[in-house]
Write a protein of this length. Structure first.
Length: 369
């Protein structure tokens, strides 16, 4: 289906809301209307993007859309509470797209990623206290960016609160163990049974220090052990940087108080903040975008959605066959898209030329052709 604005035409079936056209617009004319599922996801995963590609039978390309979040997607397919499905616009027609199950299908295919190379060494050392999902996400991203990372774990094995879920089922155990093996394979230095965390000594040894904790009580005990004032180690709400020591970053970990996907999002935030801190980039610059972002322009009216999208009567209970997966993916309404915001188009065409999926066409007026 084609959606027309004043100067552009968007092919809904091809557009994956990647935002490349918005970046290419030299007149600052285009804006990206973000889909509800992506807005509400703590990790802001481009659900629409990988689902649209999956619907086209492009499994490998769909897999690569999620590359940034590997190797955690298989874990999310098991333990995520799926806030994306709760706001899916499709439920206004019948029921939400089963996004979490589609994650699981993709990662069961054991597709190969484009080669991931570790970044050039930055000669900067980062210590991370804890080894739960937030800590592991921060480690994964920092290591791939070329930083030397050390995990400091109080117990005998890494995994933190994930260890509790390993006992729930054989499937949980296998998935979580695969994740931990992948983290170990990055070459991260791991120190277990560290006992009492020495705050001052760690700060002296490393260029940045990340402290993850499951509860406020854990953080209070750390302060008591290091004889720190109760007002110390107060993190900024957006960057997680400590107010009294700029090389310290603090976030909550996966626990009964914090869901898995939120903990992973904390790890991503920590990574971005530490990277900016070590490279001299202002930590608060252009942060908080998702909190302020609104779905500025609806893709289609509700009655149009029902008219143009094929309904599926069967409840998808166990994604296994490719036909079922394609049918489920085709139910995505493609809510996010670029749109003509300021009507300042110069018809220069970089947005159209650079679109990787040929989803956008500039409508050049007749007298300019």
């Amino acid at each position: 289906m084609l959606i027309r604005d004043t100067n552009i035409k968007v092919d809904r079936d091809r557009c994956i809301a990647c935002g490349i056209c918005v970046d290419r617009c030299i007149m600052d004319n285009l804006r990206l209307s973000v889909s509800p599922c992506r807005q509400v996801c703590p990790l802001h995963i481009n659900c629409q993007g990988f689902i649209r590609l999956l619907a086209q039978g492009k499994d490998q390309e769909a897999f690569e859309v999620l590359e940034e979040y590997l190797p955690f997607m298989s874990l999310l397919s098991l333990l995520c509470h799926a806030p994306c499905e709760k706001v899916c616009a499709r439920k206004k027609v019948d029921r939400p797209v089963q996004i979490r199950d589609l994650y699981g299908y993709l990662f069961d295919q054991k597709l190969e990623l484009s080669q991931i190379e570790e970044g050039i060494s930055k000669n900067k050392k980062v210590a991370i206290l804890g080894s739960g999902p937030a800590a592991l996400m921060a480690e994964w991203c920092l290591k791939r960016s070329g930083y030397d990372v050390t995990l400091l774990e109080r117990t005998e094995e890494i995994g933190g609160s994930l260890r509790i879920h390993m006992a729930e089922s054989q499937n949980h155990h296998k998935t979580i163990q695969t994740l931990l093996d992948t983290i170990i394979a990055t070459g991260v230095e791991i120190k277990t049974n560290i006992g009492t965390f020495d705050y001052n000594a760690t700060c002296d040894l490393y260029d940045a220090v990340v402290i993850t904790h499951q509860s406020d009580g854990d953080l209070s005990r750390l302060k008591e052990q290091n004889r720190l004032d109760a007002k110390r180690l107060q993190p900024d709400q957006i960057t997680f940087q400590s107010a009294d020591n700029k090389k310290i970053f603090i976030c909550k970990e996966f626990s009964e108080e914090l869901r898995l996907v939120n903990a992973l999002a904390n790890g991503k935030t920590i990574f971005e903040s530490v990277k900016r801190f070590l490279t001299g980039v202002p930590l608060g610059w252009e942060r908080g975008f998702w909190e302020a972002q609104g779905n500025e322009k609806s893709y289609m009216a509700p009655f149009e959605k029902a008219k143009h999208v094929r309904l599926k009567n069967k409840q998808l209970s166990d994604i296994g066959t490719r036909e079922e997966v394609l049918q489920e993916a085709e139910r995505c309404l493609g809510c996010g898209r670029p749109f003509d915001a300021n009507q300042t188009c110069w018809y220069c065409l970089p947005c159209e030329i650079d679109c990787p999926h040929s989803a956008i066409e500039v409508q050049i007026p007749f007298l300019l052709r």
